[in-house]
Design a protein around this ligand. Structure first.
Ligand SMILES: Cc1cc2nc3c(=O)[nH]c(=O)nc-3n(C[C@H](O)[C@H](O)[C@H](O)COP(=O)(O)OP(=O)(O)OC[C@H]3O[C@@H](n4cnc5c(N)ncnc54)[C@H](O)[C@@H]3O)c2cc1C
Length: 385
């Protein structure tokens, strides 16, 4: 067993930290306040190869793997949880599925533009009445000649209003039950597609919105994989996007700890640094333990994917669950350490606090992660298949 990162990964981590400190940290609070989507920074990340880590060089990727991407994602998230979302839209929730299920033509057509962020992607699973219950989605894609006609409404879709391409899940044959769902890559500039933005508590420089598909004509090559493969594709995709949630949660939790340590060393009360008070020390120690546990689980899940175990649902759930809990606990503890200044918009801790809870909602809520883990433990439903 070796818990160390190799030289290449250490160098990537340091470079991502420098990038984040320079390009993201100085602006993150202002972007958040102004609900600004930093598309130019996402483009730079694309040019640096941040979204192409698990992608073969033939499609413009760097082929350095999921662990490398998890490390980059953690560092970026340390600066902005909103920018972190791009790891999913540009790669894990779109490109990885295209690589696994697409034809050679489809891979060449979509993958390079997404990973270099020439085109913005999104993935649209959630609907007004289908959140955790993915199979309850109502969107339909009816066969029409060679192609399909897509109808339906999606909601809470990250980057919806900026997306050029969307991975969309819809029923092609409802009579087949779950075997009737299919996956499509949809050109968001097609006639009949419209979007609107939603306001929200946090992650405010990552726009989230609704998408309406009204009689949208899809060409035959919009279909990813065979008809009816949608359920398989959506759940395997969630198992990859969950990894970015885990590393993103670790990144925000680490930012909370960094801010807390700095404040403990700066702020004086009763004639001492507040870091001298054992109750504050306990908070720091607890944060550090939770972060380290979440980081190791995240690295393990990413490493397994690099060994070809893309179906490692159990380990990815463990990482995502632990990171989601860690980041919410750490953001609350950071608020306590910073006192009134934590509550102030002068410090980024208030932003971390608003952003943290998202890690218990997206890519399967905390309850859903627990459900998957418990069903596996009880032998009701094996997580890794
Ligand atoms: C900022 C943001 C960005 C998002 N981005 C995307 C995106 O890009 N693409 C996309 O498709 N979706 C996206 N989502 C949607 C997100 O994936 C869903 O919010 C999530 O799946 C949960 O669904 P829901 O909010 O409808 O909650 P619900 O499913 O309605 O759940 C409500 C509560 O009930 C609990 N619950 C539900 N079912 C069970 C059960 N069987 N057992 C125990 N508890 C249960 C849940 O854990 C939760 O606590 C985004 C959401 C947000 C807030």
């Amino acid at each position: 067993m070796d818990f160390g990162l190799n030289e290449e990964l250490v160098a990537m981590k340091e470079a991502a930290r420098t990038f984040t400190e320079k390009e993201i940290v100085p602006h993150a609070d202002k972007w958040d306040e102004e609900h600004h989507f930093p598309k130019d920074v996402i483009k730079k990340m694309g040019e640096l190869g941040y979204f192409g880590c698990p992608v073969p060089e033939d499609y413009g990727g760097t082929d350095v793997g999921f662990l490398a991407q998890a490390i980059l994602c953690e560092e970026v998230s340390r600066g902005s949880s909103s920018v972190r979302v791009a790891f999913n839209t540009q790669c894990l929730g779109t490109v990885v599925s295209i690589l696994r299920h697409g034809t050679e033509e489809q891979k060449q057509k979509w993958v390079p533009d997404l990973i270099n962020a020439e085109k913005i992607g999104c993935f649209a699973i959630t609907e007004p009445n289908a959140g955790s219950d993915v199979l309850a989605l109502k969107a339909t894609a009816k066969k029409d000649g060679d192609g399909y006609i897509l109808n339906g409404s999606k909601t809470w879709i990250s980057f919806a209003s900026h997306a050029d391409l969307a991975m969309v899940y819809a029923y092609t044959d409802r009579s087949q039950g779950s075997r009737g769902m299919s996956a499509f890559v949809v050109d968001m500039h097609s006639e009949g597609v419209s979007t609107s933005n939603l306001d929200k508590l946090g992650t405010r420089s990552s726009p989230t919105g609704e998408i309406s598909f009204e009689d949208v004509r899809l060409p035959a090559d919009a279909l990813l994989g065979p008809e009816g493969a949608g359920v398989k594709i959506v759940f395997s995709s969630l198992n990859q996007t969950r990894l970015s949630c885990a590393s993103g949660g670790v990144g925000v939790a680490q930012a909370c700890l960094d801010a807390s340590i700095q404040y403990c060393l700066e702020r004086e009360q009763f004639g001492k640094q507040i870091g001298q008070f054992q109750m504050n020390q306990a908070l720091l120690a607890e944060m550090s333990a939770e972060i380290e546990a979440a980081r190791l689980l995240t690295y393990k899940a990413a490493w397994q994917k690099d060994q070809g175990q893309l179906g490692n649902v159990r380990e990815t759930c463990l990482a995502k669950y632990t990171a989601g809990m860690a980041v919410t606990h750490c953001s609350e503890k950071a608020m306590r350490i910073l006192g009134a200044y934590g509550y102030s918009t002068e410090y980024p801790v208030a932003r971390y606090y608003r952003d943290a809870i998202l890690y218990q909602i997206v890519e399967g809520t905390t309850n859903v992660q627990k459900m998957i883990l418990a069903q596996d433990l009880l032998g009701y439903r094996k997580a890794n298949r």
